[in-house]
Write a protein that binds this ligand. Structure first.
Ligand SMILES: [Zn+2]
Length: 81
């Protein structure tokens, strides 16, 4: 199980509604979108495979300081349309 610190995950927002969670891959630094279930304690199921071709990251992860998607911070991004 790999912990993803708060600085390495963020939500992408549309208006006030959180759209999705993205993480910075601990191996390659690329961005991967999570299409996963996130438990109240931040643990993500199923395991996460990096979207970057050539990156071997494939781990079970937990989002540190996961707040069930309620609290927005400067690390979250607004989706530009
Ligand atoms: Zn990667």
């Amino acid at each position: 199980m790999k912990d993803i610190p708060r600085s390495k995950w963020h939500r992408v927002l549309k208006g006030l509604e959180p759209l999705s969670v993205r993480i910075v891959c601990p191996t390659c630094g690329g961005i991967s979108r999570l299409d996963h279930d996130i438990a109240d304690n931040g643990c993500v199921t199923p395991s996460v495979v990096c979207a970057n071709e050539g990156c071997s990251f494939h781990r079970w992860i937990c989002l540190v300081d996961w707040d069930k998607g309620n609290i927005l911070t400067s690390m979250d991004r607004k989706l530009e349309e």
